[in-house]
Design a protein around this ligand. Sequence first.
Ligand SMILES: *[C@@H]1O[C@H](CO)[C@@H](O)[C@H](O)[C@H]1NC(C)=O
Ligand SMILES: *[C@@H]1O[C@H](CO)[C@@H](O)[C@H](O)[C@H]1NC(C)=O
Ligand SMILES: *[C@@H]1O[C@H](CO)[C@@H](O)[C@H](O)[C@H]1NC(C)=O
Length: 427
Amino acid sequence: MLTFLFSAIFCAAYLSPIISHVKGRDFTEQEMSHYRDRVKSMFYHAYNSYLDNAYPYDELRPLTCDGQDTWGSFSLTLIDALDTLLILGNHTEFQRVATLLQDTVDFDIDVNASVFETNIRVVGGLLSAHLLSKRAGMKVEEGWPCSGPLLRMAEDAARKLLPAFQTPTGMPYGTVNLLRGVNPGETPVTCTAGVGTFILEFSTLSRLTGDPVFENVARKALRALWRTRSDIGLVGNHIDVITSKWVAQDAGIGAGVDSYFEYLVKGAIMLQDEKLLTMFYEFDKSIKNYTKFDDWYLWVQMHKGTVSMPVFQSLEAFWPGMQSLIGDISSATKSFHNYYSVWRQFGGLPEFYSIPQGYTVDKREGYPLRPELIESAMYLYKATGDPSFIQLGRDAVESIDRISRVNCGFATGICLVGEELRTTGLL
Ligand SMILES: *[C@@H]1O[C@H](CO)[C@@H](O)[C@H](O)[C@H]1NC(C)=O
Ligand SMILES: *[C@@H]1O[C@H](CO)[C@@H](O)[C@H](O)[C@H]1NC(C)=O
Ligand SMILES: *[C@@H]1O[C@H](CO)[C@@H](O)[C@H](O)[C@H]1NC(C)=O
C-alpha cells in the first residue's frame, strides 16, 4: 500500500466534465475468441517466464530476468497463479503445482511478514486452490472440503498471523514474524486496509476447519474499526492499533483504505451478513456526501470533510465494481467512465492522476499492471450486458501487450500521451 508523499490544492473549477456514456457495439464471437486466446498466451508468457527465471523465489523480476523473495519466501507467484490455472483449464499444471507447494512450502520461517499481504495472497490463494482442487481433477481426501492438504497449509499460514491480533483494540499489527510472533518494538501504526481485510479468508477458514478463532478476530477488528469512524462517518488512512487514534486522517477510497470497503461488500455477499452490508451502506452515504465531486472521489479530512487531495489513484478503480455489486449501477457507470477516460487518455491507468490538472502526477505516471479497473468492468458487464465494458477489456489487452510486455514477462508500463498514443494505434 502506498503512503501519501504529497498533497495538492483542490480547485473545483478545474474538474473535468462527466464523460457521457455511449453504449458500445457488440463483439462478434470471433473477436471474443481472439481476445480469449490473446489473454491465455499473455498469461503463459508471464507464467513460464516465472518458472524459467524466478522459481522458487516469490516473484519474477521481468527486466533482469531473475527472481526475488518479496512478501516472504513461499514461491508466492505459484500460490497466486493456482486459481488462474484452473480458470484457463490447465488441470495438469494445477495438480503439479498444488503438489509441489505441499512438498516445498514451509511457514516455520524467520521472516517478518505483512499480516495483510500474507492473508490476501497466501491464505486466500491456498483457500481458493483448496476449494477448486476437486474441479481440477485432484483426488480429494475424505471429508473434503472440510479437510485437505491445501486447507491445512492455509490454516498453518493463518495461525502464524494470529499473534498480530493480540492488541487492546483487537486491531492487528501490520507485521508479524512467522516464527516468533510480533517483534518487540513493532510499530502500532497500520493502515485501515491492514485492519479490515480479513473477513473473507478468515471466516472461510473458520467455517471449513470448525475453529471459530479466525472469524472471531476478523470480526473484532472490523467492529473496532467501525467504532473509530468520525462524526461525519469517515475513516482515515492510518491508525494506532493500541490506542485507536487516527494517525493519518485522509479519508478516501484508495491506497491504505480500499480493500476494507471491498471486504465489507464481498463479506456481506459471501456470508449473507446484513451487519457488514449496513456498515458499507453507512460509509457509502458519507463517501458520496463528502468525497464525491462530478463522479470523481477525492481525499478529504476525515473529521471536517475538507478536500485534502484531489487525486484519482489507480487502486480506486475497484469502486465501480463495489457499487455495481450493491446494485448502484448508475453511480458505478459514471465513475467507471471517468476512470476509463483516464485509461484512454494514457493508454493505461497511471498510478496517480491529478483531477484538477487532468494529468498524471510526477513519479507516479506508470501503469503498474493493476487489475482494479478490469475487475470493475467485469462486474459492470455481468450486471448490464453492455458491451462498452468489454471494450475496456480489449483496450487493456492491447495496452498491456504494447506498454508492459518485455522478454521475461510484463513490467510496469510507461503511459503514453497524444501523438505517441495515436502512432501506436491504441487510440
Ligand atoms: C499447462 O501449463 C504448462 C506450464 O506452462 C504448459 O507446459 C502446458 O502446455 C499447459 N497445458 C495446457 C493445456 O495449456
Ligand atoms: C525482523 O524485524 C526485527 C525488528 O525490526 C529485526 O530485529 C529482525 O532482524 C527482523 N528479522 C528479519 C529476518 O528480517
Ligand atoms: C451531508 O453533508 C452535510 C454537510 O455538508 C450534512 O449536513 C449532512 O448531514 C450530510 N448527510 C449525510 C447523509 O452524511
